[in-house]
Design a protein around this ligand. Structure first.
Ligand SMILES: Cc1ncc(COP(=O)(O)O)c(C=O)c1O
Length: 504
């Protein structure tokens, strides 16, 4: 299978994926990067990596090469195209291509490169025996918190560690304290049982794995000290380990040739590693929820079935029973009717709309608990909106009749955006003006595969909300992250997440 790499708007064969010789990343290391874990085909910790990327770009005043909500779509596409199940995703953003000059170019778009490849992580032997580290002077510039591609001191340290027979170099500052590894964060479990790591104070890279591990340890009740530790403290420690995206938590059993503790991987280190491995990505309270409408918030199958059958009767076509209706209705009329009615699809759309209009308000019923759920979610400060493939006019009228209009920042129906669900366009429109971008902080809740597909297309978290369990194969293409049986379950879940917690 050909490997594909994204370069500035093109998905290119990897061997042909090139940047210009005057790309400032190439000439000056004027670029930032991220390495994200892919597990089971999903990108993990996306929000945390994107938040760090945003900080790196802001620190160097490099502009986003694409609109931020678009980036996760590109990342997912690269993972899909390369069929990576377990591996890494690499992205690099440089200040762009310009004639060589130390001064920043004006009006030059930033360059974006994204690639992905399978990666197995740490080997069984490394985990069982632990790895050794050597200490080396920290010779980096004073802003290692910015994840730039200017990694020369890191490379020299890593190479020197390898030549000394070690896995990693621990970088030591002028006061004799370990800042971090050349490509990992450094931790010890001190004699008193406290887990120590250098503070994220601008002198280390704020590792995503580091933050996750600290959260995990705190939840286990371990005393965590974000304070520098000396090489002497490390040599006297009970346990030591390094953390990073590809290796997760990896025991360190030797420092400068001397054993740590008993020279074996420590129990807390191994426990943290196991928990980390089993952990799904942290789940936090959503900032926004985008709801599908029909049969997610309102009970409309009878009305939909009747409107279809009124249309079929008009054309002398066979009618649908409820099973057929539920199996066939998902896409918007503009997407589904041309196939069903051929050249007469516009006429059919008219008949359907008239039929629907004549009966929909009489049939309108909220699903049990829906009004209460909307109130609770709104009171929790969650931005609510609707993306439906029902015509926008009908949708907004129904919301008005139910007294729900005030709950929603936007009610987006078919034809309101440039494309309909499952395209990302209506979700982007639904969140416009909320200050929230589609992404890991936004849930898309719906009852059908097209809703899960739309969630994935727009980079949101797919949440299935309906009483029926998924049928075999129904959600294979775009599996939901949660299945909630009803509106009350949504309330319970969000309340549990009221304090941002993680399921790890
Ligand atoms: C210097 C340095 N420290 C720490 C890390 C670990 O960061 P993360 O856990 O986000 O992979 C890296 C990763 O590249 C790194 O280069």
């Amino acid at each position: 299978m050909a490997r594909i790499t994204y370069v500035n708007g093109r998905y290119a064969l990897h061997d042909h994926a090139m940047v210009h010789v005057e790309d400032r990343g190439y000439q000056f290391a004027d670029a930032v990067y991220e390495v994200l874990p892919v597990a089971g085909g999903r990108i993990h910790h996306l929000d945390r990596h994107l938040a760090r990327l945003e900080r790196s770009l802001a620190a160097l005043t490099i502009a986003w090469p694409v609109r931020p909500p678009v980036l996760p779509l590109i990342l997912r596409r690269v993972v899909e195209l390369n069929r990576v199940r377990d591996g890494v995703l690499y992205l690099q953003i440089s200040r762009g291509v310009a004639p060589r000059n130390h001064l920043f170019p004006s009006d030059t778009p930033a360059s974006l490169v994204v690639s992905a490849w399978p990666h197995k992580g740490a080997s069984a032997e490394q985990v069982e025996k632990g790895v050794s580290v050597v200490t080396r002077p920290d010779q980096r510039w004073k802003r290692p918190d910015i994840k730039t591609v200017g990694l020369l001191p890191n490379l020299l340290a890593r190479q020197s560690a390898k030549e000394a027979g070690a896995y990693e170099a621990w970088l030591v500052d002028e006061s004799g304290c370990v800042t971090e590894g050349s490509a990992t964060n450094a931790f010890i479990i001190a004699r008193d049982g406290a887990l120590l790591t250098h503070p994220d104070d601008g002198r280390v890279l704020g590792g995503v794995t580091r933050s996750n591990v600290l959260e995990l340890a705190r939840r286990l009740g371990v005393e965590v000290g974000e304070r520098p530790f000396t090489v002497a403290e490390a040599l006297a420690a009970r346990e030591a380990f390094v953390s990073g995206t590809t290796i997760m938590v990896l025991p360190v059993t030797r420092i400068d040739g001397q054993p740590v503790g008993e020279g074996r991987p420590g129990p807390l280190t191994l426990h943290l590693r196991t928990l980390y491995q089993e952990a799904p990505p942290p789940v936090t309270k959503p900032r926004a929820i985008v709801f599908d409408w029909d049969n997610t918030l309102v009970d409309s199958w009878n009305c939909i079935q009747e409107s279809y059958n009124m249309t079929f009767r008009h054309f002398g076509m066979p009618e649908w029973d409820m099973t057929e209706t539920q199996a066939n209705v998902a896409a918007s009329l503009r997407d589904s009717f041309p196939q069903m009615f051929g050249e007469r699809w516009l006429e059919a759309k008219e008949v359907f709309s008239r039929s629907f209009e004549s009966i929909h308000l009489a049939h309108l019923r909220p699903l049990p608990g829906a009004t209460e759920m909307l109130r609770v979610l709104r009171d929790e400060g969650i931005h609510l909106s609707v993306v439906s493939n029902k015509r926008g006019g009908f949708l907004r009228k129904e919301a008005g009749v139910l007294g729900w209009t005030e709950y929603f920042g936007a009610l987006i129906g078919a034809n309101d955006a440039i494309a309909d669900k499952p395209a990302a366009a209506p979700v982007i429109l639904a969140l416009q003006g909320s200050g929230i971008e589609p992404g890991a902080g936004v849930w898309f809740a719906g009852d059908s595969p097209i809703d899960m597909h739309c969630a994935v297309n727009s980079g949101c978290v797919p949440v299935l909300m309906r009483s029926d369990p998924p049928r075999p194969g129904e959600f294979d293409a775009h599996p939901p992250v949660y299945h909630l049986e009803n509106c009350a379950s949504m309330v319970t879940l969000v309340r549990e997440l009221a304090v941002p917690i993680s399921t790890i």
